[in-house]
Write a protein that binds this ligand. Structure first.
Ligand SMILES: Nc1ncnc2c1ncn2[C@@H]1O[C@H](COP(=O)(O)OP(=O)(O)O)[C@@H](O)[C@H]1O
Ligand SMILES: [Mg+2]
Length: 265
């Protein structure tokens, strides 16, 4: 998929609306954040992702991985520091514009009552059926959807209760693919899904990541190893950063996580 995204901004001097192509350059500078006053959950987080780069977050439960991604989405506003999207302070970007420019695939999938096609189209409301099907193919969802009783017209109810967890994830990947944003936030699933579907989900996620800036809460070693930079979080701070090889050579926390029998959360 090759969508082009544009940013609509009034030009300061002429007052005319100008369109800028979005490239997916994200920067966090000295970000502090707490859900409650005087209780910081993230401290002095600085990082950048250039267009097309993949950044993996690893660390124990409660370290702050999900919180960082919540801030990039602007689900919460930061207490101190700055976050820039293509050089624009995200507090200056209208939330609907920001959300359209960021795709999210989380472990918990929300499907509404409606057809499979419409559930995929939710990623981009004006997408044609052909675009939804192309997205489903990229996501590895097309095969199972075609085997449903009514194919793409099968009506889902109860958050897709007739589907397996893995199938719901494939639909959420298709939904993100049809939106085709320059930046993706992924929370890799840890839930036990059957091996065959898991392979499809992983492959679909890999397809989705290609050519985008990606922030991934990573559980799979292959994802981590393929990232430009790994951020190791501990109690709201980035304590180590670098490539897999660099971090292994440091013989620090990452090395311990990697060599120990551990579960990446
Ligand atoms: N909505 C919330 N309200 C208050 N505290 C929260 C909320 N979400 C997460 N936290 C706290 O923020 C810290 C970081 O959590 P989180 O970002 O979810 O970590 P991770 O994703 O690395 O497990 C934890 O101490 C957690 O209890
Ligand atoms: Mg989390």
């Amino acid at each position: 998929m090759t969508g082009t995204w544009f940013w609509k901004q009034p030009d300061k001097e002429s007052g005319q609306v100008i369109y800028r192509e979005l490239t997916g350059d994200i920067r966090l500078e000295h970000v502090d954040f707490g859900y409650e006053p005087r209780k910081l959950v993230l401290r002095n987080i600085s990082l950048f992702a250039k267009p097309g780069q993949k950044i993996a977050f690893v660390g124990a439960t409660g370290a702050g991985k999900t919180t960082i991604t919540n801030l990039i989405n602007r689900f919460y506003d930061i207490a101190d520091g700055k976050i820039y999207y293509d050089g624009i302070d995200i507090s200056k970007i209208r939330k609907p514009d920001l959300r359209k420019s960021l795709g999210i695939v989380l472990q918990d999938v929300n499907l509404f009552t409606g057809t499979v096609m419409d559930n995929i189209r939710y990623g981009k409301l004006d997408a044609t059926d052909e675009e939804c099907i192309a997205a489903a193919k990229l996501a590895n969802a097309d095969d199972f959807i075609r085997r449903l009783s009514q194919g793409y017209q099968t009506v889902l109810t109860g958050n897709g209760s007739s589907l397996s967890q893995g199938q719901r994830q494939l639909i959420s990947i298709a939904r993100a693919a049809v939106a085709d944003p320059p930046v993706m936030i992924l929370d890799e699933a840890t839930s036990s899904i059957d091996t065959r579907t898991e392979a499809l989900v992983q492959d679909g996620m890999d397809n989705l990541m290609k050519g985008r800036t990606v922030f991934v809460i990573a559980h799979r070693l292959s994802t981590i190893r393929n990232s430009q930079a790994i951020m190791v979080l501990d109690h709201g701070r980035i304590i180590e950063r670098g490539s897999h090889e660099e971090l292994i050579a440091q013989k620090g926390t990452y090395y311990q996580l990697y060599t120990g029998a551990f579960e990446l959360e």
